[in-house]
Design a protein around this ligand. Sequence first.
Ligand code: GDP
Length: 180
Amino acid sequence: SNDYDYLFKIVLIGDPGVGKSNILSRIHRNDFNVNYQETDIVEFAQKIFEVQPDGKRVKAQIWDRGGSKKYQSAGFQYYRGAVGVIVVYSITDRASFENATTYWLEELSQFKKSQDDVYRLLVGNKIDLNDKRSVSIDEARQFAENNGLSFIETSALNLNNIDNLFQDVVNGIYNNAKVV
Ligand code: GDP
């Protein structure tokens, strides 16, 4: 028998430096990388979550494009089969918000023609640096509401809302998608 009922592929997108690889590493490990680490591979992490209301077990397989690939646009293969997308910006980096809400969502729509099949979550990371904030909660929440995305703010440094982020995306996919 399987140890899970469903497998969900989820991809991280967003500008380099916003914290994607640290968010991914926080899914199991406690090793926050203080130094900027460049690896040249696509990585993923997997974890089993229980979804409500029926307690089904979902294996979330979350992907990040490492290293130099961060600077290139993602391709069809990266998005292929993905049922959830986590679009990350840094609340301290205005340009990363502008790119999340334009460039990255447009790239996604190019590869995922049927947006209905994809659960999209906008994540403002680095809330531990609130004194350097350059994107307000209201502005980001408004954008998310207007564009059919969920929204959450996180810190991969102090773990604020990281569990909620993963639980939200898994529940959101389960409850929105036509899971049979
Ligand atoms: P990626 O390029 O989007 O994968 O970003 P990384 O995960 O490599 O992080 C880029 C830089 O931001 C690194 O120096 C991290 O230590 C730092 N960083 C990531 N997340 C946070 C966070 O929540 N708070 C703070 N203060 N720094 C962070």
